[in-house]
Design a protein around this ligand. Sequence first.
Ligand SMILES: [Zn+2]
Length: 198
Amino acid sequence: MILNKLLCVIIMSIVFFQCKKEKQLIVNATQQIVEKESVKLDTLKLTKGYGFPVGKPDAKRYYNAQKFQENNHLGDDWNGVGGGNTDLGDPIYAIANGYVSFAKDVKGGWGNIIRIIHHNPDATKVESLYAHCQKLLVNKGDYVTKGTKIATIGTADGAYLAHLHFEIRDQINLPIGPGYSSDIKGYLNPTKYINNNR
Ligand SMILES: [Zn+2]
C-alpha cells in the first residue's frame, strides 16, 4: 500500500518536471517563423470531421499529461500510457482533411513541427500543430486526409521524454508562438474542439 503510494508520487513528480522543462525550453526558443498559406482551396477537400492525433481515432492507450491552459499551456501533451519513451516513434495522424502549411525542424524547444490548415464546410478555418516529432512524413503543400500518418512521436532531439505537443488554432499562420501563455487569443482547447467536431 505504502509502496504503491510512493510509486504514484514518483510518477507524478516525473510528469510534473517534464512539463516544467518543456515550458522553459519553448520559452527560450526565440525563433519566430511565419509561413504564408500558399495553396488554393479545392472545395472538394473540406474537412469531414475530426479525430485525435494519436491512438486513432479516440486517443486509445494515450493520456493528456498537460491539458490546455494547465500551467498556461497552449496545447495538449499526448503521452503513451506506458510512460517514459515507450511511445517514441509511434504514429501521429492528421486530425482532419487539410493542407500541410509547414513541415520542418525549427530547433530550440520545438524540434520538428508540422502545421496543417483545415477548411471547414461552414467556411471557418483552423490550424493544427504537431511538435517535437521524431520523423516528418509529409511535405509543405501536401493535401492530407483525416487519419493520414504524418509524423512519428519524438523528443525534440532529446530535450524531453517522448510526447506530442499538439495545438489547434483558430487564427491560422500565427508565428510559431510561445507554447505557453495565459493569452489564448488565436488558440483553441484542442480536445474540446475535436470532441465538438467529430
Ligand atoms: Zn506541450
